[in-house]
Every structure is written in C-alpha cells, then in structure tokens.
Design a protein around this ligand. Structure first.
Ligand SMILES: Nc1nc2c(ncn2[C@@H]2O[C@H](COP(=O)(O)OP(=O)(O)OP(=O)(O)O)[C@@H](O)[C@H]2O)c(=O)[nH]1
Length: 335
C-alpha cells in the first residue's frame, strides 16, 4: 500500500500569523516537495500573491493554489475537493500538503472532507495547527464581556470562530510574543489552554518561527477522531459568514504613504474593521509596498520590484463585521 500523503491544516484568527508560518515552512522545506492550498475570506487573494512572487526554491507557482472566494469550510465540495484530487493525481504528487484556511474559517468541516473516498485512501490530516495572536488574546479581543454574557441571546461571532479553531487543534503556536510581556503571555496562555483538548501543546513563537518538523511532523490522523473535536457549529445544518464581510478598495499611486497610513489608522478606529491588507504604489519607488493591519497595529514594507509593464496601482482588502459602511471607509482611506 502506498503511504498516505500528510496534510497540515493551518488555522487561526485573522492576522494571527498563518501566512508568516506558511512562508517559514516553505522556506525551510528540507528538500520536500510541498504544495500549498491557501484560502482567503473575500475574493481578492493577497496572501497567495505574496507567496507566489517570493521565489522560494522547491515551491513553484503550480504548487501554490489559491482559493480566494469564500471560506473553505463552506466551499469544500465545490472548490477544495477538485483541487485535492488534481494534486493527488499528479505524475509527481507532493510529499506534503499545507492548507492555510482563512481567518474566519472553521477547520472541522475541512477535516471532515478528508472522509471523501477518493481522498481518504491517499491523504491524511497529520495535524491541525492553530496560530494565535498573543497580544489580541491577552487583551481579551476574542472574549465576551460580562455584559455580553448576561444577554439571553448572547453570541459573540469572534469568540465562536476563535473557539472552534482551538477546539479542533492538535497544536497551538502562541505567536507575536514580542508584542507582550510575561504577564500578558501567561494570561493569553491560560485563556487558550482552557479551550483546548487535553494534551494539546502550546508553543510560544515570534514571527511564527518554529522548527518545521514540530509543525509538519505531527501524526494525528485528525480525520479519524473528529468526535473528540467539538464544534459550536456541530448542530448547525449550515454555517455561513453572515457576521462578517470584506471588500476591496482600489488606490492610485500615492505621494505620501505616511498620510495614507494615518488615514487607514483612523478608518480602523472609526469603523468595525478587523483586518486590512494589500499593496501600495508609492510615487518614485521602484518596488511595491505591502500594508498589513491587524486591529490597530499597522505594518508596512517593500515587497518586490514592480515588473516591467505592471500598472503602478494599489489595492487593499478590508475585512470586518457585517454592515461596514463601504463608501465611507473607501472615502476615508482614499482621502
Ligand atoms: N510583531 C509581530 N508581528 C507579526 C508576528 N507574526 C506575524 N506578524 C505580522 O502580523 C501581520 C499578519 O500576519 P499574517 O501572517 O499575514 O497573518 P494571517 O494569519 O495569515 O492573516 P489572515 O490570512 O488575514 O488571517 C503581518 O504584518 C505580519 O508581519 C509576530 O510574531 N510579531
């Protein structure tokens, strides 16, 4: 019998450091043939674009497959299964498959898909790894307030997604340790451990740096013990993302990136924006800039030179609670 191809599912809330982990794993692939399936919330793929342009040895364009149109957990049958089948049927199938889910996806329906007969005989989920933002967790961003708990209709969509991701995990990377002190780190660790299945390890990381073997070398066969991975959505016949939405804002080439960052910062403070990411074109700069906002924190760096003939234009994707005032946010960002 041929060995099953191991697949690692990387889950974690918006902006926790999943793509940072994926990049680290691809860059340190130890000669293995890796394939990556990356899924984003919304229909604009920023993560896949950044990865396919970074020229990682041993990981070609064909090995990175982007599913940027809704959450994997809701599009498993239509989108994920055909992609998996095509990977398995390649003349030279990958040695290992990484699956980065969107920050709003529930991992359990995805793991369930590995029961599909064509896939079950060829691939196993050797681990579900959850990446967690230590700063946001310590600050209680995913925890209901006592006032919310007291409401009879209490539900906190952020907390539900976060909890579902942790409940399905075989391992947790408690990331962004550089942004918290020891007390906050302990607080975050305690909050997480109370939600994990027994025996699940929590590893503190900075920029998702961890020995790759620790992450890809798990041997969990997660599809075989789904019953031990409770989900708040087990009883629901359908899970939709009605609580969240995303849209893109096109930006012309800009002269003053600092002013744009200030405008983004104030839009985040004013509206229910959870995540913003994308690219900027800065006048007289030969390279494309990346902008990444998680909560109120905004990072910016140059990513790669503009290609000959490529339009110097920017675009950011905004993700937030349902009912975002798209026109007001776009106007505030464009200035
Ligand atoms: N300070 C700090 N920043 C980090 C760390 N890990 C990741 N980041 C930054 O956090 C931002 C989001 O990281 P990503 O890896 O894109 O997060 P993600 O989970 O893939 O985000 P989504 O796919 O949008 O859910 C980026 O600006 C990263 O550079 C860390 O350990 N410390």
């Amino acid at each position: 019998m041929t060995r099953k191809i191991p697949a690692t599912v990387i889950t974690g809330f918006l902006g926790a450091g999943k793509s940072t982990l994926v990049r680290h794993l691809l860059e340190n692939n130890r000669g293995q043939r890796l394939a990556l399936i990356v899924n984003e919330f919304g229909d604009v793929g920023i993560d896949g674009d950044m990865l396919t342009t970074c020229d990682i040895e041993g990981c070609g364009k064909d090995d990175i497959i982007e599913l940027a149109n809704g959450c994997l957990c809701c599009t498993v049958a239509d989108e994920f299964l055909p992609v998996m089948q095509a990977l398995i049927e390649r003349d030279l199938p990958p040695d290992h498959i990484l699956i980065e889910t969107s920050g709003l996806a529930l991992p359990k329906p995805l793991v369930k898909a590995f029961h599909w007969p064509e896939i079950r005989s060829r691939v196993t989920v050797n681990g579900v790894v959850a990446v967690v933002d230590a700063e946001a967790t310590a600050a209680g961003r995913f925890t209901s307030t006592p006032e919310q708990m007291a409401r009879p209709d209490h539900d906190n969509p952020l907390e539900e997604v976060f909890d579902d991701q942790l409940l399905c995990a075989d391992m947790v990377l408690l990331n962004k340790t550089d942004l918290v002190d020891d007390i906050a780190l302990e607080k975050a660790r305690r909050r997480i451990e109370s939600k994990l299945r027994p025996g699940v390890k929590v590893i503190p990381t900075r920029h998702s740096i961890v020995d790759p073997v620790v992450v890809v070398g798990l041997d969990a066969a997660a599809e075989d013990d789904l019953d031990t991975r409770p989900s708040l959505h087990d009883s629901a016949t359908d899970h939709s993302h009605d609580d969240f939405e995303s849209f893109a804002v096109d930006l012309p080439e800009i002269a003053d990136p600092d002013a744009l960052i200030k405008r983004i910062s104030s839009a985040i403070a004013t509206h229910d924006i959870l995540r913003l990411k994308g690219f900027l074109a800065v006048q007289d700069k030969p390279a494309r800039a990346v902008v990444q906002a998680v909560g109120a924190r905004i990072d910016r760096w140059f990513d790669r030179p503009w290609r000959p003939g490529e339009a110097h234009a920017g675009q950011v994707v905004v993700i937030g609670g349902k009912g975002l005032d798209r026109a007001a946010i776009a106007a505030a960002i464009r200035g």
